[in-house]
Design a protein around this ligand. Sequence first.
Ligand SMILES: [Ca+2]
Ligand SMILES: [Ca+2]
Length: 414
Amino acid sequence: MVVIFGSVFVSNSFNSSFAAEELYVSLENAFPNLSFNKPVEFQHANDNSNRVFIVEKPGVIKVLVNSNTTDSADVFLDITSKVKSDGNEEGLLGLAFHPNYSINGYFFIYYIADSPRRSVISRFSVSETNPNQANISSELVLLEILQPYSNHNGGKLAFGPDNYLYIGTGDGGSAGDPLGNAQNLEVLLGKILRIDIDNIVNGSYSIPADNPFYGNINNYREEIYAYGLRNPWRFSFDSVTGWLWVADVGQGTIEELDIIESGNNYGWNIKEGTLCYNPPSGCDSTGLIDPIFEYDHSVGRSITGGYVYRGTNMTGQIGKYIYGDYINGQIWALEYDSVNPTNNSLLIETTLSISTFGIDENNNIYVLDYSSGNIYLLKSSSVLTVRTFFPMSVWLLLLGSVVVSTFVSSKRRK
Ligand SMILES: [Ca+2]
Ligand SMILES: [Ca+2]
Protein backbone atom coordinates (compact mmCIF):
# COMPACT_ATOMS: atom_id res chain seq x y z
CA MET A 1 0.00 0.00 0.00
CA VAL A 2 1.46 3.31 -1.01
CA VAL A 3 1.04 6.05 1.53
CA ILE A 4 0.90 9.44 -0.06
CA PHE A 5 1.41 12.61 1.90
CA GLY A 6 0.44 15.89 0.38
CA SER A 7 -0.26 14.27 -2.97
CA VAL A 8 -1.55 16.32 -5.83
CA PHE A 9 -3.36 15.32 -8.95
CA VAL A 10 -1.12 15.21 -12.00
CA SER A 11 -2.18 14.10 -15.46
CA ASN A 12 -0.80 10.72 -16.53
CA SER A 13 1.07 12.09 -19.52
CA PHE A 14 2.90 14.67 -17.42
CA ASN A 15 3.56 12.08 -14.77
CA SER A 16 5.06 9.39 -17.01
CA SER A 17 7.29 11.86 -18.80
CA PHE A 18 9.17 12.43 -15.53
CA ALA A 19 8.89 9.01 -13.92
CA ALA A 20 11.91 7.65 -15.77
CA GLU A 21 14.07 10.24 -14.05
CA GLU A 22 12.83 9.09 -10.65
CA LEU A 23 12.07 12.51 -9.34
CA TYR A 24 9.39 11.08 -7.13
CA VAL A 25 9.75 9.30 -3.82
CA SER A 26 6.98 7.72 -1.83
CA LEU A 27 6.61 5.89 1.46
CA GLU A 28 5.24 2.37 1.73
CA ASN A 29 4.27 0.89 5.07
CA ALA A 30 6.97 -1.78 5.40
CA PHE A 31 5.08 -3.83 7.98
CA PRO A 32 1.39 -3.02 7.58
CA ASN A 33 0.42 -5.71 10.11
CA LEU A 34 2.68 -4.36 12.83
CA SER A 35 3.47 -1.22 14.74
CA PHE A 36 6.06 -0.58 17.39
CA ASN A 37 6.20 1.19 20.74
CA LYS A 38 8.25 4.39 20.34
CA PRO A 39 10.68 2.94 17.77
CA VAL A 40 14.07 4.67 17.70
CA GLU A 41 16.41 2.35 15.83
CA PHE A 42 16.29 -0.10 12.90
CA GLN A 43 19.18 -2.49 12.29
CA HIS A 44 20.00 -5.76 10.60
CA ALA A 45 22.54 -8.30 11.82
CA ASN A 46 24.57 -8.54 8.62
CA ASP A 47 24.00 -12.30 8.63
CA ASN A 48 21.90 -12.70 5.47
CA SER A 49 18.94 -13.83 7.56
CA ASN A 50 16.59 -11.21 6.07
CA ARG A 51 15.64 -10.14 9.58
CA VAL A 52 15.41 -6.65 10.96
CA PHE A 53 15.68 -5.55 14.58
CA ILE A 54 13.59 -2.68 15.89
CA VAL A 55 14.59 -0.87 19.08
CA GLU A 56 11.70 0.37 21.21
CA LYS A 57 12.72 3.21 23.49
CA PRO A 58 11.24 1.76 26.72
CA GLY A 59 13.79 -1.07 26.54
CA VAL A 60 12.77 -3.76 24.05
CA ILE A 61 14.37 -5.02 20.83
CA LYS A 62 11.99 -6.79 18.44
CA VAL A 63 13.12 -9.09 15.62
CA LEU A 64 11.08 -9.90 12.53
CA VAL A 65 11.32 -11.13 8.98
CA ASN A 66 11.76 -8.22 6.60
CA SER A 67 8.60 -8.69 4.55
CA ASN A 68 5.43 -6.67 4.18
CA THR A 69 3.45 -9.84 4.97
CA THR A 70 5.10 -10.32 8.37
CA ASP A 71 2.41 -10.34 11.01
CA SER A 72 4.39 -11.02 14.18
CA ALA A 73 7.66 -10.01 15.79
CA ASP A 74 9.66 -11.83 18.46
CA VAL A 75 11.07 -10.12 21.54
CA PHE A 76 14.82 -10.36 20.98
CA LEU A 77 15.73 -8.52 24.19
CA ASP A 78 13.65 -6.98 26.96
CA ILE A 79 15.63 -4.90 29.47
CA THR A 80 12.77 -2.56 30.35
CA SER A 81 13.51 -3.12 34.04
CA LYS A 82 17.05 -1.77 33.60
CA VAL A 83 16.18 1.18 31.40
CA LYS A 84 15.25 4.67 32.53
CA SER A 85 12.95 5.98 29.82
CA ASP A 86 10.71 8.54 31.48
CA GLY A 87 12.56 11.50 29.96
CA ASN A 88 11.72 12.19 26.31
CA GLU A 89 15.29 11.52 25.28
CA GLU A 90 15.93 8.69 27.75
CA GLY A 91 15.57 5.01 27.05
CA LEU A 92 17.13 2.25 25.00
CA LEU A 93 18.59 4.35 22.21
CA GLY A 94 21.22 2.44 20.26
CA LEU A 95 21.97 -0.99 18.78
CA ALA A 96 24.91 -2.19 16.70
CA PHE A 97 25.71 -5.75 15.67
CA HIS A 98 29.31 -6.87 15.69
CA PRO A 99 30.73 -7.02 12.13
CA ASN A 100 31.25 -10.76 12.74
CA TYR A 101 27.91 -11.27 14.48
CA SER A 102 27.13 -14.38 12.47
CA ILE A 103 30.22 -15.99 14.04
CA ASN A 104 30.41 -14.53 17.56
CA GLY A 105 26.80 -13.50 18.30
CA TYR A 106 27.82 -10.20 19.91
CA PHE A 107 25.72 -7.06 19.75
CA PHE A 108 26.04 -3.72 21.53
CA ILE A 109 23.44 -1.41 23.01
CA TYR A 110 23.24 2.09 24.49
CA TYR A 111 20.67 2.87 27.16
CA ILE A 112 19.98 5.24 30.02
CA ALA A 113 19.85 3.80 33.51
CA ASP A 114 18.91 5.28 36.88
CA SER A 115 20.46 5.63 40.36
CA PRO A 116 22.65 7.29 39.35
CA ARG A 117 21.32 8.59 36.02
CA ARG A 118 23.85 7.43 33.44
CA SER A 119 24.46 6.17 29.94
CA VAL A 120 25.34 2.51 29.71
CA ILE A 121 27.06 0.91 26.73
CA SER A 122 26.95 -2.87 26.94
CA ARG A 123 27.70 -5.98 24.98
CA PHE A 124 25.18 -8.82 24.88
CA SER A 125 25.23 -12.22 23.18
CA VAL A 126 22.55 -14.01 21.23
CA SER A 127 21.11 -17.20 22.71
CA GLU A 128 23.04 -20.31 21.73
CA THR A 129 19.81 -22.10 20.86
CA ASN A 130 17.43 -19.44 19.53
CA PRO A 131 18.61 -16.90 16.93
CA ASN A 132 15.58 -14.73 17.66
CA GLN A 133 16.41 -14.33 21.34
CA ALA A 134 19.27 -12.67 23.15
CA ASN A 135 20.86 -14.18 26.22
CA ILE A 136 19.46 -11.84 28.87
CA SER A 137 22.21 -12.75 31.38
CA SER A 138 25.09 -12.12 28.96
CA GLU A 139 25.49 -8.39 29.62
CA LEU A 140 29.05 -7.08 29.73
CA VAL A 141 29.09 -3.37 30.60
CA LEU A 142 31.71 -1.50 28.57
CA LEU A 143 31.16 2.09 29.60
CA GLU A 144 29.03 4.08 32.00
CA ILE A 145 28.78 7.85 31.70
CA LEU A 146 27.05 9.92 34.36
CA GLN A 147 24.23 12.05 32.95
CA PRO A 148 23.67 15.43 34.62
CA TYR A 149 20.29 16.06 32.90
CA SER A 150 17.61 13.98 31.21
CA ASN A 151 18.15 15.31 27.68
CA HIS A 152 20.97 15.29 25.10
CA ASN A 153 22.02 11.69 25.55
CA GLY A 154 23.16 10.93 22.02
CA GLY A 155 22.77 7.18 21.89
CA LYS A 156 23.90 6.04 18.46
CA LEU A 157 26.31 3.12 18.10
CA ALA A 158 27.89 1.98 14.84
CA PHE A 159 30.92 0.05 13.69
CA GLY A 160 33.24 1.87 11.33
CA PRO A 161 34.95 0.34 8.32
CA ASP A 162 37.91 -0.10 10.71
CA ASN A 163 35.73 -2.44 12.84
CA TYR A 164 36.00 -0.10 15.83
CA LEU A 165 32.86 0.81 17.76
CA TYR A 166 31.82 4.47 17.46
CA ILE A 167 29.56 5.99 20.12
CA GLY A 168 27.73 9.31 19.96
CA THR A 169 27.21 11.12 23.25
CA GLY A 170 25.28 14.32 23.80
CA ASP A 171 26.54 17.23 25.86
CA GLY A 172 24.66 15.89 28.90
CA GLY A 173 21.67 18.18 28.59
CA SER A 174 19.87 21.20 29.98
CA ALA A 175 20.32 23.99 27.41
CA GLY A 176 23.45 25.67 26.09
CA ASP A 177 25.78 23.06 27.63
CA PRO A 178 26.02 24.85 31.01
CA LEU A 179 28.75 22.48 32.25
CA GLY A 180 30.89 23.02 29.15
CA ASN A 181 31.09 19.28 28.47
CA ALA A 182 31.36 19.37 24.68
CA GLN A 183 34.62 21.38 24.75
CA ASN A 184 36.03 19.54 27.78
CA LEU A 185 38.41 16.80 26.65
CA GLU A 186 38.48 15.29 30.15
CA VAL A 187 34.86 14.09 29.89
CA LEU A 188 33.08 11.77 27.46
CA LEU A 189 29.97 13.94 26.93
CA GLY A 190 29.50 15.94 23.73
CA LYS A 191 31.75 13.60 21.76
CA ILE A 192 32.09 10.89 19.18
CA LEU A 193 33.97 8.07 20.91
CA ARG A 194 35.91 5.24 19.25
CA ILE A 195 36.87 2.05 21.06
CA ASP A 196 38.25 -1.38 20.20
CA ILE A 197 35.93 -4.05 21.57
CA ASP A 198 37.87 -6.98 20.09
CA ASN A 199 41.07 -6.43 22.04
CA ILE A 200 40.21 -6.10 25.71
CA VAL A 201 42.75 -4.49 28.01
CA ASN A 202 42.06 -3.52 31.63
CA GLY A 203 38.30 -3.74 31.48
CA SER A 204 36.05 -4.47 28.55
CA TYR A 205 37.66 -2.64 25.62
CA SER A 206 40.87 -0.96 24.53
CA ILE A 207 41.87 2.31 22.89
CA PRO A 208 42.90 2.19 19.22
CA ALA A 209 46.50 3.41 18.97
CA ASP A 210 45.52 5.92 16.28
CA ASN A 211 42.86 7.63 18.39
CA PRO A 212 43.73 11.34 18.44
CA PHE A 213 44.37 11.55 22.18
CA TYR A 214 45.90 8.12 22.62
CA GLY A 215 48.67 8.23 25.22
CA ASN A 216 48.19 11.94 25.97
CA ILE A 217 49.57 13.36 29.21
CA ASN A 218 46.84 16.02 29.66
CA ASN A 219 44.19 13.82 31.29
CA TYR A 220 42.18 13.88 28.08
CA ARG A 221 39.92 10.86 27.60
CA GLU A 222 41.56 8.59 25.09
CA GLU A 223 38.20 7.27 23.88
CA ILE A 224 37.49 10.63 22.21
CA TYR A 225 37.53 10.59 18.41
CA ALA A 226 35.97 14.02 17.83
CA TYR A 227 34.41 16.69 20.05
CA GLY A 228 32.30 19.82 20.18
CA LEU A 229 29.02 17.96 19.52
CA ARG A 230 25.72 18.97 21.09
CA ASN A 231 23.43 16.00 20.56
CA PRO A 232 24.42 13.82 17.62
CA TRP A 233 21.09 12.22 16.79
CA ARG A 234 22.12 9.53 14.46
CA PHE A 235 25.25 9.02 12.49
CA SER A 236 26.30 6.55 9.84
CA PHE A 237 29.24 5.48 7.74
CA ASP A 238 28.92 5.60 4.00
CA SER A 239 29.85 2.10 2.83
CA VAL A 240 31.54 3.47 -0.31
CA THR A 241 33.50 6.53 0.87
CA GLY A 242 33.84 5.49 4.52
CA TRP A 243 32.84 9.00 5.58
CA LEU A 244 31.23 9.38 8.98
CA TRP A 245 28.08 11.51 8.57
CA VAL A 246 26.72 13.04 11.76
CA ALA A 247 23.55 15.04 12.29
CA ASP A 248 23.97 17.34 15.28
CA VAL A 249 20.73 18.71 16.71
CA GLY A 250 20.80 22.45 17.26
CA GLN A 251 19.96 24.57 20.29
CA GLY A 252 17.50 27.21 19.14
CA THR A 253 18.58 28.30 15.68
CA ILE A 254 20.60 25.87 13.52
CA GLU A 255 20.43 22.16 12.60
CA GLU A 256 23.64 20.80 11.11
CA LEU A 257 25.39 17.99 9.25
CA ASP A 258 29.04 17.19 9.82
CA ILE A 259 31.50 14.79 8.25
CA ILE A 260 33.54 13.77 11.23
CA GLU A 261 37.30 13.29 11.14
CA SER A 262 39.69 12.23 13.86
CA GLY A 263 40.60 14.84 16.45
CA ASN A 264 38.44 17.62 15.07
CA ASN A 265 36.43 20.10 17.12
CA TYR A 266 32.93 20.64 15.67
CA GLY A 267 32.33 23.83 17.57
CA TRP A 268 29.58 23.42 20.17
CA ASN A 269 29.03 25.32 22.44
CA ILE A 270 31.26 28.08 21.07
CA LYS A 271 29.26 27.89 17.86
CA GLU A 272 25.84 26.62 16.85
CA GLY A 273 26.32 25.69 13.22
CA THR A 274 28.24 28.53 11.58
CA LEU A 275 26.95 31.10 14.10
CA CYS A 276 28.63 32.17 17.30
CA TYR A 277 26.74 30.86 20.34
CA ASN A 278 28.94 31.51 23.37
CA PRO A 279 29.71 34.35 23.15
CA PRO A 280 26.84 35.24 20.80
CA SER A 281 29.12 37.37 18.65
CA GLY A 282 32.84 37.70 18.13
CA CYS A 283 33.58 34.11 19.14
CA ASP A 284 37.02 32.65 18.45
CA SER A 285 36.56 30.16 15.61
CA THR A 286 40.18 29.10 15.55
CA GLY A 287 40.37 25.36 14.92
CA LEU A 288 36.62 24.84 14.81
CA ILE A 289 35.16 22.81 11.94
CA ASP A 290 31.96 24.21 10.48
CA PRO A 291 29.17 21.90 9.33
CA ILE A 292 29.13 20.84 5.68
CA PHE A 293 25.46 21.80 5.61
CA GLU A 294 23.02 23.52 7.93
CA TYR A 295 19.46 24.82 7.99
CA ASP A 296 17.74 27.20 10.33
CA HIS A 297 14.55 26.87 12.30
CA SER A 298 12.43 28.44 9.60
CA VAL A 299 13.06 25.15 7.70
CA GLY A 300 13.00 22.52 10.46
CA ARG A 301 13.62 22.24 14.17
CA SER A 302 15.28 18.91 14.97
CA ILE A 303 17.48 17.10 12.47
CA THR A 304 17.46 13.30 12.26
CA GLY A 305 20.50 11.88 10.52
CA GLY A 306 20.13 9.11 7.95
CA TYR A 307 22.30 7.29 5.45
CA VAL A 308 24.10 7.81 2.19
CA TYR A 309 21.81 5.88 -0.10
CA ARG A 310 23.35 2.76 -1.66
CA GLY A 311 20.18 0.76 -2.28
CA THR A 312 18.41 -0.49 -5.35
CA ASN A 313 14.86 0.85 -5.29
CA MET A 314 15.63 4.56 -5.85
CA THR A 315 18.41 4.64 -8.45
CA GLY A 316 18.07 8.41 -8.72
CA GLN A 317 19.16 8.81 -5.09
CA ILE A 318 22.33 6.67 -5.10
CA GLY A 319 25.22 8.44 -3.41
CA LYS A 320 23.02 11.10 -1.83
CA TYR A 321 22.73 11.55 1.93
CA ILE A 322 19.12 11.04 2.97
CA TYR A 323 18.01 12.66 6.23
CA GLY A 324 14.97 14.28 7.79
CA ASP A 325 13.55 16.51 10.48
CA TYR A 326 11.74 15.07 13.50
CA ILE A 327 9.50 18.09 13.92
CA ASN A 328 8.43 18.99 10.37
CA GLY A 329 8.50 15.49 8.87
CA GLN A 330 10.36 16.48 5.73
CA ILE A 331 12.90 14.15 4.12
CA TRP A 332 15.74 15.52 2.00
CA ALA A 333 18.61 14.23 -0.13
CA LEU A 334 21.90 16.10 0.09
CA GLU A 335 24.57 15.85 -2.60
CA TYR A 336 28.10 16.64 -1.50
CA ASP A 337 31.22 16.77 -3.68
CA SER A 338 33.69 16.38 -0.77
CA VAL A 339 34.13 20.15 -0.55
CA ASN A 340 30.70 21.70 -0.90
CA PRO A 341 27.07 20.65 -0.72
CA THR A 342 26.02 20.81 -4.37
CA ASN A 343 22.31 20.21 -4.03
CA ASN A 344 19.76 19.67 -1.28
CA SER A 345 16.41 18.46 -2.56
CA LEU A 346 13.21 17.85 -0.68
CA LEU A 347 12.24 14.24 -1.40
CA ILE A 348 8.94 14.13 0.40
CA GLU A 349 6.86 15.98 2.94
CA THR A 350 5.34 13.76 5.59
CA THR A 351 3.40 14.03 8.80
CA LEU A 352 5.77 11.58 10.51
CA SER A 353 7.73 12.17 13.69
CA ILE A 354 10.98 10.91 12.17
CA SER A 355 12.88 9.30 15.03
CA THR A 356 15.46 7.55 12.88
CA PHE A 357 16.28 5.96 9.55
CA GLY A 358 17.39 2.38 8.96
CA ILE A 359 18.81 0.30 6.15
CA ASP A 360 18.19 -3.37 5.42
CA GLU A 361 20.53 -6.02 4.01
CA ASN A 362 19.94 -4.63 0.51
CA ASN A 363 20.71 -1.05 1.62
CA ASN A 364 17.15 0.05 1.09
CA ILE A 365 16.19 2.81 3.47
CA TYR A 366 13.37 3.02 5.99
CA VAL A 367 11.97 5.80 8.12
CA LEU A 368 10.54 5.24 11.61
CA ASP A 369 7.56 7.19 12.89
CA TYR A 370 7.89 7.69 16.63
CA SER A 371 4.24 8.74 16.99
CA SER A 372 2.38 5.94 15.19
CA GLY A 373 5.08 3.30 15.62
CA ASN A 374 4.89 2.54 11.90
CA ILE A 375 7.91 1.93 9.71
CA TYR A 376 8.00 3.03 6.08
CA LEU A 377 10.14 2.01 3.13
CA LEU A 378 11.33 4.85 0.93
CA LYS A 379 10.96 4.00 -2.74
CA SER A 380 10.75 5.69 -6.07
CA SER A 381 7.30 6.31 -7.35
CA SER A 382 5.51 7.16 -10.55
CA VAL A 383 3.22 9.40 -8.54
CA LEU A 384 4.20 12.92 -7.66
CA THR A 385 3.96 13.30 -3.90
CA VAL A 386 6.32 16.16 -3.36
CA ARG A 387 7.44 19.47 -4.68
CA THR A 388 10.99 18.67 -5.71
CA PHE A 389 13.21 21.69 -6.20
CA PHE A 390 10.35 23.94 -7.30
CA PRO A 391 7.31 25.27 -5.50
CA MET A 392 3.97 23.99 -6.71
CA SER A 393 3.37 27.13 -8.73
CA VAL A 394 6.36 26.22 -10.93
CA TRP A 395 5.06 22.69 -11.45
CA LEU A 396 1.66 24.07 -12.42
CA LEU A 397 3.36 26.43 -14.87
CA LEU A 398 5.29 23.48 -16.33
CA LEU A 399 2.11 21.44 -16.47
CA GLY A 400 0.38 24.32 -18.16
CA SER A 401 3.13 24.63 -20.77
CA VAL A 402 2.96 20.88 -21.47
CA VAL A 403 -0.79 21.12 -21.95
CA VAL A 404 -0.38 24.18 -24.20
CA SER A 405 2.42 22.61 -26.28
CA THR A 406 0.45 19.37 -26.63
CA PHE A 407 -2.54 21.40 -27.74
CA VAL A 408 -0.41 23.38 -30.22
CA SER A 409 1.27 20.28 -31.68
CA SER A 410 -2.06 18.50 -32.03
CA LYS A 411 -3.42 21.58 -33.85
CA ARG A 412 -0.41 21.49 -36.20
CA ARG A 413 -1.04 17.85 -37.08
CA LYS A 414 -4.51 18.72 -38.22
CA1 LIG B 1 21.54 13.80 29.54
CA1 LIG C 1 28.95 22.24 15.05
